[in-house]
Design a protein around this ligand. Sequence first.
Ligand SMILES: O=P(O)(O)OC[C@H]1O[C@H](O)[C@H](O)[C@@H](O)[C@@H]1O
Length: 285
Amino acid sequence: MPLTAQPLPHHGRDSLLLLTSDGARAQVGLYGAQVTSWQPVPGRERLYLSPNATWTTGTAIRGGIPVVFPQFGGRGPLAKHGFARLSDWRFLGIDATALGQPAAVLELSDSADTRRHWPTRFRARLHVALSASALRVGLEVRNEDTAAATFTTALHTYLRVDSLEGTVLEGLERAPYLDSTRGDTPMPAQGEGIRFNTETDRIYPDSPHETVLHGRNGRVRVRMSGFKDTVVWNPGASLAASMADLGPGEHEHFVCVEAATVIEPVTLASGESWLGWQQLVDESD
Ligand SMILES: O=P(O)(O)OC[C@H]1O[C@H](O)[C@H](O)[C@@H](O)[C@@H]1O
């Protein structure tokens, strides 16, 4: 399906509006290569973007699909979740090579600034593909250094829900997890879908590659490839209220279902590449 990209500034920042011929649309900003909107049908927004997000350089944008690279969370010496979400990426054009379907391609390469934090010479590309009811986002990383490189990564997707009441994430019933609200305490499989009554921050190592988020506003299927782990996050009422870029009640409107590789980092030999993607499929009527 043909895909077009046209410039459409968003909160004063360079951004692209992606459109398919059947009306699906998405928006991706060059700052962080962050997808901030996905509407499989005009007006049916499937991603959450905080009304209180900060849009200034040096701060992460709360919502959409932040690209976490080359470090997940605080698991290393870099700033939390790494520098990719705080960097200006370049738009290269539409290309079908990596995902096998037309995608807008954004690129980030090492610079004196990135090498100050992370010595590796690399090339990262984010591929954003849209079809009738699906959004597929692929992260491709090539090690352009002479030495091996190691990183952790995630597509930190904020899925919009009308309300947490009645929202359930299915697909991880049989998977054990690490509870990050309790210092990554190992927990057994829960045997039921995840409901969001309280702060939830979990890493499912080597998890199933497909989950489904059901809520009052419909259903989104989440698939991934290349990534190994799934991270599930909702800050709950009190943490959300204390976060300036969320605020009271905002936790009610999203669940993060993250395609991640956190537990066993990716290691790339010199010249090697890695590709991970996450696909969101809108299954609402
Ligand atoms: O506030 P941020 O740096 O964007 O991080 C938001 C969240 O990201 C991940 O989901 C982590 O598992 C959480 O522990 C973290 O709070």
